[in-house]
Design a protein around this ligand. Structure first.
Ligand code: ADP
Ligand code: MG
Length: 335
């Protein structure tokens, strides 16, 4: 076959394979969009574990009617001025909405701040329709129906409704940890509802991770060369049998970074058995030019310009918190 450019719909489907793995990845992308839009309240409703329906409503800045079609077009974003090292939003690739639209039926309805009325566009079944007027008092509503209906091979790889629903819950819990002032509502087809009320970090951690975690956690607060680490880390006796209870964020972005997780382990090396795992919620704030978040489309991996500095900060900060608590403990013991 001669070399030729792939048709756009095929390119979208290939891109979708990287961004949209399962319903939970759709929820992650759409919630991140709501947060980037400055939402203070985000409601997530799903049916069929997100396979039949995902609806995300927010009260953010909205999209003007004449930009709705651009929003669902590949590589179109309002978040990147040109220099990728300066991005401070969660998104910047302009891939989520077109990718989702290429493997599901997507309706994007929005009312921009100050706009006289709302409008919507539809993408799916190989078509793109709109914009047309629609009723909405503020913000944005994104509705995703029948995920992977056009890609049976991918549909087959999804787990059952309950497993997909719990993956969605996990995504929302994780993001909610990083945005305490934002209200999150999550409801499923079984009429379950989880609400995280707006509050400060300790209140949000207690709501998401449980008050038991907060009762057994030490505050972490340290800074090295402009890099700040804050959060809470469990006392050594409050350890778990797996590493699933470690929540690490870089500039508000949930990550599963090997180096950060191994630094966390390293901090506890002297005080915890090797088969036990610390519980922690740690928030790293770093100048965006010091970290590359564009390593993977889902942005769960990051690369630091100076990993040694970050590693040292994590280990030092947690050891300091552990040490201080040890001192306090022994003083009390002596009294
Ligand atoms: P990205 O987030 O990387 O820019 P997306 O495909 O996720 O790409 O979204 C495309 C654009 O649509 C965004 O840049 C933004 O301008 C707009 N957008 C998407 N979701 C929302 C939302 N909930 N509120 C306001 N604008 C949105
Ligand atoms: Mg996005």
């Amino acid at each position: 076959m001669p070399i030729r450019q792939l048709p756009d719909d095929v390119i979208d489907q290939i891109a979708a394979g990287e961004v949209v793995e399962r319903p939970a990845s759709v929820v992650k992308e759409l919630v991140e969009n709501a947060l980037d839009a400055g939402a203070r309240r985000i409601a997530i409703a799903t049916a069929g574990g997100g396979k039949t329906l995902i609806r995300i409503s927010d009260d953010g800045c909205g999209i003007p009617p004449d930009e709705l079609l651009l929003a669902v077009r590949r590589h179109c974003t309002s978040k990147l001025g040109g220099d990728i090292s300066l991005v401070e939003t969660l998104g910047f690739r302009g891939e989520a909405l077109p990718s989702i639209g290429s493997v599901a039926r997507l309706t994007l309805r929005s009312r921009a701040e100050g706009a006289a009325e709302a409008a919507e566009v539809f993408v799916g079944n190989g078509r793109c329709e709109g914009p047309r007027p629609a009723p909405l008092s503020r913000g944005t509503v994104v509705e995703v129906r029948d995920l992977f209906h056009s890609v049976p091979a991918r549909l087959k790889f999804l787990k059952g409704e309950r497993a997909e629903a719990s993956a969605i819950t996990e995504v929302v819990r994780r993001i909610a940890l990083a945005f305490p002032p934002v209200r999150f509502e999550l409801s499923g087809s079984d009429r379950s509802e989880t609400v995280f009320e707006p509050g400060d970090l300790p209140a949000r951690l207690a709501a998401v991770l449980g008050s038991e975690f907060m009762a057994n956690a030490l505050e972490v607060d340290a800074e090295r060369e402009g890099v700040v680490l804050r959060g809470y880390a469990g006392i050594p006796t409050y350890a778990r049998g797996n590493a699933l209870h470690q929540y690490v964020f870089v500039n508000g972005r949930p990550v599963r970074d090997k180096m950060l997780l191994s630094a966390l382990r390293g901090a506890y090396a002297d005080v915890m058995a090797r088969d036990r795992h610390p519980v922690a919620a740690l928030f790293l704030t770093i100048d965006p030019v010091e970290v590359d978040v564009n390593v993977h489309p889902a942005k769960a991996d990051v690369r630091f310009r100076d990993p040694g500095l970050v590693r040292g900060l994590v280990i030092g900060a947690i050891r300091q918190a552990l040490g201080e608590s040890g001192l306090r403990g022994s003083t009390r013991g002596a009294a």
